[in-house]
Write a protein that binds this ligand. Sequence first.
Ligand code: PLP
Length: 377
Amino acid sequence: MKNPMIMTPGPTGVRENVRFARAIETTNPDLDGRFYDFYKETCEKIAKMLKTKNEVRVLSGEGILGLEAACASLTEKGDRVLIIENGIFGEGFADFVKLYGGDPFFFRGDRKHKINVEELKKFLDKDSDFKYATVVHCDTPSGMLNDIDEICPLLKERGILTVVDSVAAMGGEDINVDEWKIDIALGGSQKCISAPPGLTLVSISEAAFKAMESRKTPIASFYCNLLAWKTYYEDKWFPYTPPISDIVGLKVAVENLLEDSDIILRHDKIASATRAAVVYAGLDLYIKDGFSNTVTVIQVPHGIDDKKVRDYMVNNYNVMIAGSFGYLEGRVFRIGHMGEGARIEKVSYALFALQKSLEHYGVKFNHDMSKTFLEKF
Ligand SMILES: *Cc1c(COP(=O)(O)O)cnc(C)c1O
């Protein structure tokens, strides 16, 4: 059976040169000095993508590992941590903070709007005694993009370390780690980067390392200990054997991104054309502002079973989009136009297939989504 075209907000399709790179002969990555240089070079390319001079590491575990590792490495018992949330991943950070003995405090935004920076400012004027704050760049289940370029500097002015989950944005949205003052920026291989799932990408500032080094108690995890990665190159010692084939593939995927000079602009144009097509055809977008360039989230029309429609799309058009989960389960469709999915022909075909499938279940359309998409692009 031919695999469907993957148009989900991660994992994304993986380009042939990334898949082939993973097949090359491997060495012992712990003992072969050349691999330390290869790993370092890979991290430097990621740093270039993130526009940062901070240290970058690639960890062996899917994106969630990074979220937990940031919290494990920074949190000590009783630490006050600010959870800035307007979505499922945003809220979820609190669970990791609690696991490691911290006290999460919420700044809750509206789930249909991006974080209101003015409101956050007012909140911080009353209370800014937090060791660090967490915020999600693109909260994927609702497709919400937050203004981390404004949020992080605001936090840093008040001496709060910033942890940003950019798993679903990094590579498809602009991100400027140094200028935006992000102490820990988190990414995953399987979203816009378009490598297979399995790796976390993390940049760590000097201030974040300092906070880990000045803890009174040791970091309560081995696998989630970011500090253990600080001097791997000088020491020629990895905390655990790195997944060499995954990292070889990742490097090619990052090179693909760096060579694609208009990639951010293309994500932007594809996302706005998608929204225009959806709305013009008579469907509704789920959120009201803060639309991400990597995923479009569409309300499931009344009386329609989203799972049936998605199955129909796979079975009849061989294209896979996503539903959502948590409070959004059954309520929205999500089209991932990120990384390898950010191609005009792919998005236009996905919109065509979605429309045909919805029509099959009785939904009436005013206009052709695929046609509008191509006109608006
Ligand atoms: C995909 C994603 C992660 C990683 O989570 P999985 O569900 O395990 O793929 C973390 N944060 C965000 C915002 C994501 O989109």
